[in-house]
Design a protein around this ligand. Sequence first.
Ligand code: GNR
Ligand code: NI
Length: 173
Amino acid sequence: MTVLPIVTAPDPVLKKKAVKVAAVDDRVRQLMDDMLETMYLAPGIGLAAPQIGLSERVVVIDIGRSEENRQPLYLANPEILWVSDEDNIYEEGCLSVPEHYAEVTRPKAVKVSFLDRDNNTVEIETDGLLATVIQHELDHLDGVLFIDHLTSLKRNMILRKLLKQKKEAAADK
Ligand code: GNR
Ligand code: NI
């Protein structure tokens, strides 16, 4: 497995709509495994392919609390089939928006279908943190970041800071 560099905002690949994979074949399985290793190292609880610069509809998630309790989820071409009327508010972060956190309101529960690591179609209905992370990752596949759910004032403040950090890092080289 390989750890891949994570793309941070602002970057055009994070704004693009990702394309579906034809099927979960050996190439996509390898990608899923590399993404999972990258996510564990970061560390994060979800990662979408655009975050490693690849505009394809592939996601990995693991909300397990420790290394002993790993429960990886592999999702290709995920689709939301249903969302609850009831909302939930979570403090979200994103590996592509480092060191910024904000409360985001989303549906509390979702039903999704996707292709798993064996290319089988799976449906799950879930709520709580997993439902939030699934929606956060599906947003990435459509070029949407959690900061896009904030006011433009808050979003622009965060984007300006991230851009400044990038420019300073580039000048340091
Ligand atoms: O690691 C992550 N934590 C997190 C916390 C609350 C809501 C969503 C997330 S996903 C994030 C990793 C990430 O950037 N996935 O795209
Ligand atoms: Ni994210």
